[in-house]
Design a protein around this ligand. Sequence first.
Ligand SMILES: CC(C)(COP(=O)(O)OP(=O)(O)OC[C@H]1O[C@@H](n2cnc3c(N)ncnc32)[C@H](O)[C@@H]1OP(=O)(O)O)[C@@H](O)C(=O)NCCC(=O)NCCS
Length: 165
Amino acid sequence: MLRAAHVADVFRLQEIERAAAELFRGSELIDIDAMSVVAMGDHVHSIEQDLSIVAEVEGRVAGFVMGEMHFDDAYLHELDVDPAFGRRGVGAALVERFREAAKAKGARAVYLSTFRTPPWNAPFYRKLGFVDVAREDYLPWMSDIAREQAKILDIETRVFMRVGV
Ligand SMILES: CC(C)(COP(=O)(O)OP(=O)(O)OC[C@H]1O[C@@H](n2cnc3c(N)ncnc32)[C@H](O)[C@@H]1OP(=O)(O)O)[C@@H](O)C(=O)NCCC(=O)NCCS
């Protein structure tokens, strides 16, 4: 079951983000033990914009997607599924619902930034219709995000992707 996230969900969402990040352990893409999770304020902002959705499976919050509007486009900021509930289509269902929520907000497209190679990152989104955005086509707000990411990640490992709504 998919539903709008509530502020009371946020600690569980942060727990899911940490659990999901374990998929990257050993990959050298992120320092899992040093990583931060999406801050409470960002979750609240996303909830207020109706762009935060949770998936419940067997009575538990099993995954979430959240994001925000940037001018006329929606940015999918974070998507995580608790590995205990992984590979059951929850992630794909959340992305599809986020797309619908973005459309309801009047967005032209959904953008996101992800790693190029792990099968649950760019290849996963490609299966859902997303295409890569060339660096010269970045919108100014995307370049701002890329600059922030460059402080903690190897930007060459990352790609922006886009899908129309
Ligand atoms: C990305 C993520 C949300 C997908 O959630 P999910 O509920 O497992 O996704 P779905 O079941 O809808 O689809 C899974 C598809 O992704 C790919 N995938 C996911 N996990 C994978 C893994 N461990 N190995 C290989 N492929 C994987 C496969 O293509 C899979 O399809 P399949 O099961 O039919 O082979 C989840 O893997 C996750 O939380 N990952 C860690 C956090 C992350 O990278 N988030 C995205 C940030 S941009």
